[in-house]
Design a protein around this ligand. Structure first.
Ligand code: TRP
Length: 335
């Protein structure tokens, strides 16, 4: 922990909604595990973001514990990184308010994700959903974050974060570090099992579209069996056949084999056989992870201790930044 100050800060949040699934692991968490030694990493569970749509309270609470236990089962070290629950650090909401006063309605109106989410549920769209990117900007800017690993869907939010930081700095001096997107060069994108032109999503209303990290062997088998393919018989990574290409990506992710090796191994063998082997490989990959998860999740006291430490660390780190912001804005310091 002593050398933390020298390392660039990297921050990435996941919403505790839906079920953590293989796309989250191979697209994000696995990369975090390799980055955790090189960067000063913060991994908030962004529960304030999750309530931009209605959540069942008991489920939300359980899910936060589930996600935390899964992070650790995946190899995130809670001693080496700052892992915490966003709502435990009030500075996120406080900075979000301040940044709201520097954000134009027009900017938020242009956010693709808002437009998309709002078009899906036209009724009762909350101001929170509209404001979601500003809270995300606060998450990032509070900690002098240099790098933010983001998928394509979050690039626009990061651009907004950079604009807000520059706008604020132009008026008040060098308050914020301008963050950059961090695009790791690993792994293919994992797509939905039934709609392989869409990214696999942990919040998909149809769980058959994703393989959850906690799915058992039967569930994995059933979901893969139902996955969309085509009328061919040779598994291959071919963009004109997105269903089977996606399954090849998944197999390559869980076994480490190259697409070429997979294509060779399954040439002419038929999709049925390929899917059986894929299901076995996915299950073999998930089993040890699930075992570690159960051991961690079973000890809620230990998890509470982790959460307390994470929150204390994050609060300590956020405090001087928020004080400086209050100061440059002209607020009277707390007495
Ligand atoms: N909006 C992000 C997503 O849906 C989650 C998120 C919230 C986030 N705050 C963040 C990601 C800060 C990176 C940095 O994926």
């Amino acid at each position: 922990m002593g050398d933390r100050k020298q390392k660039p800060v990297l921050l990435s949040g996941i919403q505790p909604s839906g079920n953590l699934m293989v796309g989250n692991y191979f697209g994000a968490i696995k990369n975090w595990v390799t980055l955790q030694g090189q960067y000063d990493c913060l991994f908030p569970l962004v529960d304030l973001h999750a309530i931009t749509v209605r959540q069942n309270p008991a489920e939300l609470r359980a899910r936060c514990y589930d996600f935390l236990a899964l992070y650790i089962a995946c190899g995130i070290d809670p001693d080496q990184n700052t892992v915490f629950v966003q709502s435990h650090v009030p500075a996120h909401a406080q900075l979000a308010w301040i940044l709201n006063c520097f954000t134009y309605m027009g900017e938020l109106n242009r956010m693709h994700q808002f437009k998309e989410k709002a078009s899906r549920s036209e009724q009762n769209i909350s101001a929170g959903l509209f404001d979601y990117p500003v809270l995300m900007a606060a998450d990032i800017l509070l900690y002098d974050t240099k790098l933010v690993p983001v998928g394509d869907d979050q690039k626009q939010h990061l651009e907004l974060t950079r604009d807000l930081a520059s706008r604020f700095n132009a008026r008040y001096g060098d308050v914020f570090t301008i963050p950059e997107p961090f695009v790791p060069d690993v792994g293919g994108r994992i797509m939905s099992l039934q709609e392989p032109l869409k990214k696999m999503s942990k919040s998909d209303t149809d769980p058959n579209n994703y393989i959850a990290l906690l799915d058992d062997a039967d569930t994995v088998r059933r979901k893969i069996k139902r996955a969309v393919t085509d009328s061919g018989c040779s598994a291959a990574y071919d963009e004109s056949r997105p269903g089977i290409a996606n399954l090849v990506v998944i197999l390559s992710c869980v076994t480490g084999e190259s697409y070429g090796a997979i294509e060779e191994r399954f040439a002419g063998k038929g999709y049925r056989r390929f899917k059986q082997e894929l299901a076995d490989a996915v299950t073999a990959f998930l089993k040890p992870l699930q075992k570690r998860y159960r051991a961690i999740r079973g000890d809620e006291k230990a998890m509470e201790t982790m959460l307390r430490h994470g929150a204390e660390q994050a609060r300590d780190r956020a405090r001087p930044m928020l004080e400086n912001i209050h100061n440059v804005l002209g607020f009277i310091p707390e007495i």
